[in-house]
Design a protein. Structure first.
Lengths: 150, 154
């Protein structure tokens, strides 16, 4: 499944801030890690601040901090700030959508959208942080040189 | 109204007994709005009292109060899957939530599944049941490689 770039940046950012809660992190640091434009990222971060998910601090040592509830904030909450999964009205305006073939295909696409929404709605930031930790542990164990394993 | 936070250290998970059924039925009724007495007695007859290593009906209690339950069994080769533990019911009294009880119940049934010789657990959750979906996700469960399908027979 492909998300819009802004949506992906928002998810990366929120999770980075949720992992590193001690000190504010600058937009430039996140942009550098993910190799994206600081300008584009700043627009995404402003939207997240407006939604109360991040807090911004100005001045020397300033940046952004996670300001939401990791146990309540879901991936869908973040995604829906930037795109509308399951925009049936939008799909219905596409050419061919009003034909019988278009309507039948719409039923299948709607099924996929509902599964995607239910998945994103069920995963909180807390759950994602646990997944990130498991992923890191798995990659660390796979990175152990073969001779060290035997 | 929510109860005072439970002392998790005093919580015990054990096989359900017949004397637990009134409280189990009450918990289920509080959550679903339906009192299913016959259903629970039948379920206990098939899954309760620790009769089978492959069928598990566990309750979480502190003192004389049952706070939650979980039911599951090992199923062999259904839907083309190797033997696997299936959780098909978990409930915690609404007033006792957020105390880790569901986690203890799931951990206990998974331990039972391991003792029965399986190394995977699955469950099925209604798409709109965000609460239970979120719980299982928080316990490191991911989407299984199966797709539930249905059609009307009327």
């Amino acid at each position: 499944m492909k998300l819009q770039i802004s949506t992906s940046l928002a998810l990366y950012s929120v999770l980075e801030f949720a992992v590193n809660t001690h000190d504010p992190i600058s937009a430039a640091d996140i942009a550098s890690k993910y190799r994206v434009s600081t300008h584009h990222l700043a627009k995404v971060l402003r939207e997240l601040v407006r939604a109360g998910i991040l807090e911004s601090t100005r001045g020397v040592g300033g940046g952004y901090r996670f300001g939401g509830s990791a146990s309540r904030l879901t991936l869908l909450d973040i995604i829906e700030l930037f795109e509308d999964i399951g925009n049936h009205a939008g799909r219905n305006r596409q050419a061919g959508a009003s034909t019988d073939v278009g309507r039948a295909l719409g039923v299948v696409l709607a099924e996929i959208d509902e599964i995607a929404k239910a998945t994103f709605r069920s995963i909180t930031v807390d759950t994602m942080l646990k997944l990130i930790e498991r992923q890191r542990a798995k990659e660390k164990s796979q990175a152990v040189p073969k001779r060290a394993r035997s | 109204m929510k109860d005072a936070p439970l002392a998790l250290a005093g919580l015990r998970v054990r096989p359900a007994e017949a004397t637990d059924l009134d409280q189990v039925i009450a918990i289920d009724s509080e959550i679903t709005g339906k009192k299913k007495t016959d259903y629970w007695f039948e379920l206990f007859h098939r899954y309760g009292a620790g009769r089978s290593r492959q069928r598990l009906f566990l309750v979480a209690e502190s003192g004389d109060t049952i706070h939650g339950f979980i039911i599951g069994e090992v199923r062999d080769w259904e839907f083309g899957s190797p033997p696997c533990g299936w959780v098909f019911g978990i409930s915690v009294r609404p007033g006792a939530r957020l105390a880790g009880i569901a986690t203890r119940l799931l951990d206990s049934i998974c331990a039972g599944f391991r003792r029965a010789g399986v190394d995977k657990v699955r469950t099925l959750v209604a798409r709109d049941n965000s609460l239970v979906l979120s719980f299982f996700r928080s316990q490191a469960m991911m989407a299984a490689p199966v797709i539930p399908l249905e059609k009307d027979l009327k």
